[in-house]
Design a protein around this ligand. Structure first.
Ligand SMILES: Cc1ncc(COP(=O)(O)O)c(C=O)c1O
Length: 455
């Protein structure tokens, strides 16, 4: 019979997968391989360190039966630790920042963990910071173990013992470049150290979000002021113990836009459904691979699964809100669905048989200066306040006539999947466009709705 004694046995030995379409598209000659850490049972690279740190604590007698594991985490280490806690009968409390996706928070709760959420803006060293909060809770809870993944040697040791050898063996020792993000630094330092020991010519490349300090710190020794960015799990505002700058040859800065774009592309074009930090790594891998020839083998880490970010960068609505969505994916339907802060109102319109006075009152009440005239789900005309008022100045009696008598031509009608660029062309000539979906007029987009997208 072939089975594992428990789920922890499934951790590691993840496969390498070649990236095909996206390398071809970029005219890359080198082979780029994805190390599929998203296939671990907790769907991230962090499962490896969860077990490793708990094994250490049990061996050292720090963690005793019935004890509680307390850790500051961007979610994935918490998931890795919660798996061990479940299997071995520990309780766990994880301290996160509000930046962590709701999917990861729910996942942690489903695994039986308690979670505490701290403000993302709290500065390092202040009581509200998530690391300080985790430390305080661990002092207050008896029989607890605070692994401190940022400094615990069992974190890089797990990658030195497993991730590094797996990559070395699976590439028959032919790997030339290893690319990884730096959160705690465990993955890059442990894997990098093993690979360098095997072959000092292997280049170890860090992928760092713009806003994080690692690139400047590595290049100049100076720690700059960190600025906010959206990618989760990597980058820091201060150096951390497990990020060993000596192992790293070079660090590349990657924007949020690139990270999310490449994570989305990996999912769509290669079927590698991944998180944002994987996009950061892949964007860096492409830059590294660009000048390399056929002999080069670039391995990058797929840190975690896209499932953790379905409500974030894998959602067009979220990407649009953050002004990160590619224009060809911003469609009329999406604009209408998400305008007014995501509370789509019903289409406001008048009928050709309505009285002009009633139509003006309706426009006034709804705060609009233009309104479509709809009959049987078809657009038959439009009223534009300035033009109607102009006509009324000449002939006040028109107030008692019908909309059909004074209306102007209809706003242009576009299909629900028309993209932003095409909508902008229409709005050069008309003040608004109407959206048609299955032969029904379902919404309106005005010039100001589109200007709002370019805030
Ligand atoms: C999504 C994600 N990517 C990457 C990393 C970085 O890995 P490491 O902490 O080993 O540097 C983390 C760590 O928390 C993470 O959660």
């Amino acid at each position: 019979m072939k089975f594992y004694n428990d789920i922890l046995g499934v951790i590691g030995r993840t496969p390498l997968v070649r990236v095909n379409h996206l390398t071809k598209q970029h005219n890359i000659k080198a082979t780029i391989l994805a190390k599929m850490e998203s296939l671990n049972p907790g769907y991230s690279v962090k499962d490896r360190i969860g077990v490793s740190m708990v094994d250490w604590a049990e061996k050292e007698g720090v963690l005793k039966p019935g004890g509680t594991i307390i850790e500051a985490t961007s979610g994935n280490t918490g998931i890795g630790l919660a798996l061990v806690a479940g299997v071995r009968g520990y309780k766990c409390i994880f301290v996160l920042t509000e930046k962590v996706s709701v999917e990861k928070m729910r996942y942690l709760k489903s695994l039986g963990a308690d979670i505490v959420v701290c403000p993302a803006a709290a500065k390092h060293g202040t009581p509200d910071h998530y690391v300080e909060t985790a430390k305080r809770i661990s002092r207050e809870v008896p029989n607890s173990f605070y692994p401190d993944q940022y400094y615990h040697p069992a974190n890089p040791a797990a990658h030195y013992r497993t991730t590094g050898p797996e990559i070395w063996e699976d590439t028959d020792g032919k790997i030339t470049h290893f690319v990884s993000g730096i959160g705690t630094g465990g993955t890059i330092s442990g894997t990098g150290r093993y690979l360098k020991e095997k072959n000092p010519n292997i280049k170890i490349i860090g992928a760092d979000p713009y806003g994080s300090i690692f690139k400047t710190y590595k290049d100049s020794g100076h720690v700059p002021e960190a600025t906010p960015y959206l990618v989760e799990g990597i980058g820091q505002s201060l150096p951390v113990g497990n990020a060993d700058m000596k192992i790293i040859d070079d660090i590349l800065n990657i924007t949020d836009r690139e990270s999310f774009e490449y994570a989305r592309l990996l999912s769509r074009r290669e079927g590698i459904f991944c998180g944002g930090s994987t996009g950061t790594n892949f964007a860096a891998a492409l830059k590294v691979a660009e000048p390399l020839d056929e002999d080069a083998i670039v391995v990058f880490i797929v840190c975690d699964t896209g499932e953790h970010y379905l409500s974030k960068f894998h959602s067009d609505e979220w990407m649009k809100e953050k002004l990160l969505l590619e224009p060809q994916r911003i469609t009329a339907g999406l604009i209408a669905e998400t305008k007014n802060s995501g509370a789509p109102g019903e289409l406001i319109y008048v009928n050709p048989g309505d009285l002009v006075s009633d139509a003006l009152a309706k426009m006034n009440q709804s705060g609009v200066t233009q309104i479509p005239v709809i009959e049987d789900n078809r657009s038959v005309g439009s009223l534009r306040e300035s033009r109607v008022l102009q006509k009324l100045l000449k002939n006040r009696d028109l107030l008692d006539s019908t909309v059909g008598d004074v209306m102007d031509e209809s706003f242009p009608v576009i299909e629900v999947d028309t993209n932003l660029n095409a909508i902008k062309v229409k709005l050069q000539k008309a003040p608004a466009v109407l959206i048609e979906d299955f032969k029904r007029i379902t919404g309106i987009i005005t010039r100001s709705d589109v200007l709002e997208l370019d805030r």
